[in-house]
Design a protein around this ligand. Structure first.
Ligand SMILES: *Cc1c(COP(=O)(O)O)cnc(C)c1O
Length: 428
């Protein structure tokens, strides 16, 4: 498999090069040259990880052998993505059973373990990440104890939640955390300038673990494929409602559909950051600054994976409409939805899952009920404890693995907010 850039100006590269480069030199996003056609008959009866091997082998060869791939997938995807049925035609897909309690664990762990396998170089690899919260936790846990790789995470002091801070700062081993006396933008600028610093680049190997990395997208197609195959025998059209921000998860679902997964429609459910549904109405993509909502992992005004979708659909809005439907929901609706789901099925969903629930509800208002709906719950409700508890009027239990990390000592080095501060740290 070769990967091309969505900007079409850079040469095609292998999986390994796409993985370590992240962004293409021309600023585009890497895309697989072909999406293989998979025979779902052959995948029926297999478990998710076996299905994952059958999907991923097309994307990683020849850099990773099938034997190594099996090990990689079993190490990276060592937690389930179960379905909980809330009524006879609707299920919640629980994507929060990984170590950081959010679906980003799928992508971050696969990417980290793939880098671990392909980093056959004597020199240690240092991954630099700036985080405003969730991504850093998933990346930190993803690379935790991966041999030959060290992770340096920068986060803005006082600007991440207590839970997020504990998730970032209590791992130890090869995960180093820097508490920056500045903003998230400062953290990002520091990381950016480190990548451009010739002296640093010649003295150490640096890589990023950016959310646009193709290594994070591929594994997200596994659970869509697996779930669609398992639900196929119900004989109904399957629709997935995906709470979307950067549209990585949605792009992965589209990959699964194009590879032959029996998916009828993909619902792009967003909060008040509604650039995408507006595009679906008008045909014009007009990014703008994000607004704050209670489903804050989706507060994105310029979804980067739009350009992957646009590439797949050849820039034709009618092609978008064949596979995708989109709508937005407000915070007020989101709170009511959490309460409604709790009352009717005793399931506690988080604000992102609630936006997905609303998306499915609105889709059915327009296109009818004759379908099987899967709502993605992308994070554990305990990560948004306050908001969820005030919506449903009941305590939210904190899962054991989160409670354990809350009891550990925070271990972070406080540094200033300039590129020189980071350079000094890295050089020593
Ligand atoms: C990142 C994130 C999303 C958005 O996913 P995209 O792939 O960026 O669209 C949704 N929910 C949660 C909890 C997230 O962390």
């Amino acid at each position: 498999m070769k990967y091309y850039s969505t900007n079409k100006q850079s040469p095609k590269v292998s999986f390994k090069e796409a993985l370590f480069q992240g962004l293409a030199p021309d600023g585009g996003l890497y895309m697989p040259e072909i999406l293989p056609n998979l025979d779902i008959k052959e995948l029926e009866g297999l478990n998710m990880n076996a299905i994952a091997v059958n999907i991923a082998k097309h994307f990683v060869e020849p850099d990773i052998s099938e034997e190594n791939l099996k090990g990689l997938i079993n190490n990276a995807i060592n937690f389930p993505a179960p379905l909980t049925e809330i009524n006879e035609s609707t299920s919640i897909m629980e994507l929060y059973h990984g170590p950081s309690l959010a679906f980003k664990d799928f992508g971050a762990r696969f990417m980290a373990h793939a880098m671990g396998i392909l980093n056959n170089n004597d020199k240690k690899l240092t991954i630099l990440v700036a985080t405003s919260g969730d991504t850093g936790g998933a990346v930190a846990h993803g690379f935790y104890k991966v041999p030959g790789i060290e992770v340096v995470i920068l986060y803005p002091s006082g600007q991440v939640s207590d839970i997020q801070e504990k998730q970032l700062t209590t791992l130890g081993h090869n995960v180093k955390t820097l508490e920056v006396k500045g903003t998230f933008d400062d953290c990002q600028a520091m990381v950016k300038s480190a990548f451009m610093d010739e002296e640093l680049k010649s003295s150490m190997r640096l890589a990023s673990a950016n959310s646009i990395n193709i290594g994070r997208l591929i594994p997200q197609s596994f659970y869509f494929f697996n779930t669609a195959i398992k639900l196929h025998k119900k004989g109904k059209s399957i629709v997935f409602s995906i709470p979307s921000g950067n549209f990585g998860n949605l792009t992965a679902c589209l990959f699964a559909k194009k590879m032959g997964a029996p998916i009828h429609k993909i619902i792009a459910s967003v909060n008040n950051n509604s650039v995408f549904p507006e595009f679906m109405e008008s045909g014009e993509f007009k990014p703008r600054p994000s607004v704050h909502t209670i489903s804050n992992a989706m507060d994105i005004g310029n979804p980067s994976n739009f350009w992957r979708l646009n590439d797949i659909f050849k820039g034709d809005i009618n092609n978008f409409k064949k596979d995708i439907w989109s709508c937005s929901s407000t915070d007020e609706e989101t709170k009511i939805a959490m309460k409604e789901v709790y009352k009717s099925s005793k399931q506690v969903i988080d604000p992102h899952g609630a936006v997905a629930y609303l998306g499915l509800q609105k889709y059915r208002k327009e296109f009818g009920e004759d379908n099987y709906g899967v709502i993605l719950q992308t994070a554990h409700a305990a990560k948004f404890k306050k908001v969820v508890e005030s919506a449903i009027g009941t305590d939210v239990e904190i899962p054991k693995r989160l409670a354990e990390c809350l009891n550990k000592e925070k271990d972070a080095e406080i540094i200033g907010n300039t590129p020189e501060d980071l350079k000094e740290y890295l050089m020593k």
